[in-house]
Write a protein that binds this ligand. Structure first.
Ligand code: DGY
Length: 324
């Protein structure tokens, strides 16, 4: 079977595919046009899909009836029309767990960077403006005993909660589709309504899977209900927040600050005024960007395709209903 991998991934994954007898193709240049990408999809049996630039929607499935499986090199699958894949019996794999620690590390990093105004201070140093010791300038806030609100307490959210509890003894509240019994038992996490999450969090961190109906859920009317000292963290998907509204509330100092590993749109425009603010830290979607996580993602994505090549169930499948 022929596997199309649209971008280089750690060698371990490629080796596994090849050792399993699969024929792997990775294009020479990585910034494929839509036409080039589609052309390669049409001439292969399976796809190991890196990034979210290409959408696996109804048009794609109509154009590529040859495709037998898609292994995403991500935990998120919001760029795939899962319903359509189910209808066509095409397994779609993702890479959960192996990136939870790395991604929650970035949420934790952003929380501290924003609380202690790291970006602002770094910019000052770069501008040659070290400044004198000033008891009143650029003061941060401490996180000890504060309330961390998690929107979407799944695998990544719980890792963020654990770190925040261990480091700062933070109170954990969360809003989710379901109760998370592990978090309630181990971290004393408390399930709250969305309204309480917004109003009571000193740090509000998003860790949910993105669904179209949640587009820009975090908009001005929500930000205005947050505490004045609140820090907003988004490491999930940029679509969760309304970026201009976020800019406004940050510029008006209605909340303390924001840490973003994902933006709306993504990539962010170079001249987006939000980048000029002193109470923000923005990273270019690097949540899973560690050697360890990216290697494990490559192996898991490969395992997903190898399973399909052997007519077995994908070990990590987002549409397991196709097997029932
Ligand atoms: C994921 O795994 O979903 C990351 O956000 C990378 O896309």
């Amino acid at each position: 079977m022929k596997v199309f991998v649209n971008k280089r991934i750690p060698e371990e994954g490629i080796k596994m595919l090849e050792e399993a007898g699969l024929q792997v193709f990775i294009p020479e240049h990585e910034n494929l046009s839509h036409e080039e990408w589609l052309g390669y999809c049409k001439s292969h049996d399976m796809i190991l899909s890196v990034g979210a630039d290409f959408k696996y929607n109804q048009d794609f499935f109509n154009e590529c009836p040859n495709i037998k499986a898609i292994a995403l090199y991500s935990v998120g699958f919001d760029h795939v029309d899962i319903k359509e894949a189910v209808q066509r019996n095409i397994p779609v794999g993702n890479t959960p767990d192996v990136l939870s620690k790395a991604t929650s590390d970035v949420a934790f990093l952003l929380m501290q960077s924003v609380a202690r105004r790291a970006s602002y201070n770094f910019e000052k140093v770069k501008a040659g403006n070290w400044g004198d010791f000033d008891p009143l300038h650029a003061l941060g806030q401490e996180l000890y005993g504060k309330t961390l609100g998690i929107f979407g307490l799944g695998r990544i959210g719980i890792e963020m909660a654990k770190k925040s509890k261990a480091a700062f003894d933070m109170e954990i509240i969360y809003h989710n589709r379901h109760h998370n019994e592990q978090a309630e038992k181990e971290l004393n996490a408390r399930y709250v309504s969305f309204e309480e999450l917004v109003a009571a969090s000193d740090v509000l961190s998003i860790h949910a899977n993105f669904k179209p109906e949640q587009k820009e859920l975090f908009n001005r009317s929500v930000f205005e209900k947050m505490k004045e000292n609140a820090i907003f963290i988004n490491t999930a998907r940029g679509g969760f927040h309304h970026q201009k509204d976020l800019y406004d509330v940050l510029a008006e100092k209605k909340i303390w600050g924001a840490g973003l590993d994902v933006t709306n749109p993504e990539p962010i425009f170079k001249d987006d005024p939000i980048l000029e603010l002193s109470n923000i830290c923005v990273l270019p979607h690097v949540g899973s960007a560690t050697i360890e996580a990216r290697t494990e993602m490559a192996k898991l994505a490969a395992e997903n395709l190898i399973a399909v090549s052997k007519h077995e169930k994908m070990p990590s499948c987002v549409n397991p209903e196709i097997y029932s």
